[in-house]
Design a protein around this ligand. Structure first.
Ligand SMILES: [Ca+2]
Length: 320
């Protein structure tokens, strides 16, 4: 969702992540015996680490992945919203993010306000309705011509099978997304940041785009991973597929997320699998808690005849 959206922030980021390794400081009083006591177990640990690491690299093969997949069946429902209420969304499960980023515009040149009003987000007939509208609306001293909403889940988790049944809005210039961010993202106004978890800048925190749809490319749904190794012009971990009448019929969007890989599919048909050969802080910041975001962005090329269009979500379910 944030693809290429943080150009200004990125300029402030260091060109590489560096790790400082603390070396023990030996005082003149330390004897050779002391040094031997410290270094012998250290060398043993290093040897064991190398031996173990070699084995674990050898273990990751397609055949053993299937074995892991079996053990990662994820059949226990741990969190869900079926959207069975009427009216406002469940405040115990969702936070409506409205605070504008510095400068007064959401990243990527999108032009809507995100509001916490029921007219943009409500439950009806067993579904969430997240509605993008053309309307003048002033908030935080800024007048805009479009409104929508940006939900943050108050539930965050690591690994699982995620199922979302949804219909997407229609219209050139609409950009709906159901995605995830690391709980540790440093983003003022985001739910987990307001709870004190915001320590890490995008893209190093990590992002998981379960589904995105651009109204200008109707019925093509895509998924992507953003992290220290893939962002902005460097984005390479993406995939998508054509889906039948994505705005008029419900489809089930699934992410299967294990310690080994992520697999994205629609109605059981895969379109992206992500399993970097080398997993490190840049390629795989995905052994940590993530939360859901649902939003509809409005791009500047919005159809001048656009009035309103909803993202309708029947359910979101997380199995572990
Ligand atoms: Ca439902």
């Amino acid at each position: 969702m944030n693809k290429g959206n943080y150009a200004q922030d990125l300029q402030k980021l260091p060109s590489a992540i560096t790790f400082k390794i603390k070396t023990p400081k030996f005082s003149p009083k330390m004897t050779k015996k002391t040094i031997a006591i410290i270094s012998v177990p250290s060398l043993l640990l290093l040897f064991l680490y190398m031996a173990f690491n070699k084995d674990s690299i050898a273990e990751i093969t397609p055949s053993t992945y299937n074995l892991n997949k079996e053990t990662n069946a994820f059949n226990t429902l741990v969190w869900a919203d079926e959207f069975n209420g009427e009216g406002p969304i469940d405040a115990e499960k969702w936070f409506l993010q409205t605070q504008l980023p510095p400068g007064g515009s959401w990243w990527g040149g999108i032009i809507q306000h995100y509001t916490n009003r029921e007219s943009n987000t409500y439950q009806k007939d067993g579904c969430l309705n997240l509605v993008a509208r053309k309307e003048d609306f002033e908030d935080q001293g800024v007048l805009k011509q479009y409104t929508a909403a940006r939900l943050n889940s108050k539930f965050a988790f690591t690994y699982g099978r995620i199922e979302i049944r949804a219909k997407l809005p229609k219209g050139t210039g609409t950009w709906p997304a159901i995605w995830m961010l690391n709980k540790n993202i440093d983003e003022d106004g985001a739910y987990w940041d307001t709870k004190g978890f915001g320590t890490t800048k995008w893209p190093y925190c990590g992002e998981i785009d379960i589904l995105e749809h651009w109204g200008k490319n109707q019925d093509y749904v895509s998924s992507a991973l953003h992290n220290g190794s893939s962002y902005g012009e460097k984005v390479k971990n993406l995939g998508g597929q054509k889906v039948d009448r994505v705005s008029d019929t419900f489809h089930t969007y699934t992410l299967h997320w294990t310690a080994e890989k992520m697999v994205f599919s629609v109605d059981g048909v895969e379109h992206l699998s992500y399993a970097p050969a080398i997993k490190n802080a840049d390629t795989w910041p995905y052994d940590m808690d993530y939360y859901f975001l649902l939003n509809i962005a409005i791009e500047p090329d919005i159809d001048p005849n656009f009035v309103e269009s909803p993202m309708v979500v029947d359910y979101i379910r997380v199995y572990q």
